[in-house]
Design a protein. Structure first.
Length: 211
């Protein structure tokens, strides 16, 4: 089955390169190339492509186009293709409904495979950005837990120590990472154990992890 793709990017050589990478194997056909977000939305509504490949920092902003296309055409898979490694752009794209976030330095030969994965229900994200996404959810989860029970009594510094404990850091390693003395680290650990009413570090880590 031929996959119909819309490419939106204000840089003509980039559009040409993406078109070439996609159409080389015969599975993909580019049905439209547009230089701006409003033009991308208009073309998507008219042509109803299988995939909309959008640059973020094009005129009208790719995030806006992603939001409008996913709202009007939920069957169209929106994928961002960008140079931006900024966390804020990644999270904004996902909130707008993008199913993938690819960087423009991707090997052109891998681009068709990445889009195949998206169409099969997989998320297309570079490894480095996946790590940031996991950390974002971990941070949000911690923030929610901080408001609950004994964990709500910990200070920000004690939470930092608890994170390092969870990562398996020793007292000396925590001291080096936090730029404090080992005595100060032990003082924080003692305060954590007292506030959580547990007897050792492993028990504190289990409580913070929800076990």
């Amino acid at each position: 089955m031929t996959v119909r793709v819309l490419i939106a990017d204000d840089h003509p050589p980039t559009r040409a390169g993406v078109r070439g990478a996609l159409e080389a194997g015969g599975q993909f056909i580019v049905v439209s190339e547009t230089p701006s977000a409003p033009a991308a939305v208009a073309a998507a509504l008219e042509l109803r492509p299988d995939v909309a490949l959008l640059d973020i920092h094009m005129p009208g902003h790719g995030i806006t186009a992603a939001r409008e296309i996913t709202a009007a055409l939920p069957e169209t898979a929106v994928v961002m293709l960008t140079v931006s490694r900024d966390d804020a752009d990644l999270f904004a794209a996902l909130r707008a409904g993008a199913r993938g976030y690819l960087l423009k330095d991707i090997d052109p030969a891998r681009l068709p495979h990445a889009l195949d994965g998206v169409l099969a229900g997989e998320a297309a994200l570079p490894r480095g950005l996946v790590a940031r996404l996991i950390e974002e959810f971990r941070t949000r989860d911690d923030a929610a837990r901080r408001r609950e029970g004994p964990l709500g009594s910990l200070t920000d510094r004690e939470w930092e120590v608890l994170h390092l404990m969870r990562d398996g850091k020793s007292t000396s390693e925590m001291a080096a990472e936090m730029y404090v003395s080992a005595v100060t680290v032990r003082s924080h650990v003692s305060a954590i154990l007292r506030k959580l009413q547990v007897s050792d570090r492993q028990a504190a880590v289990r409580m913070a992890s929800g076990h």
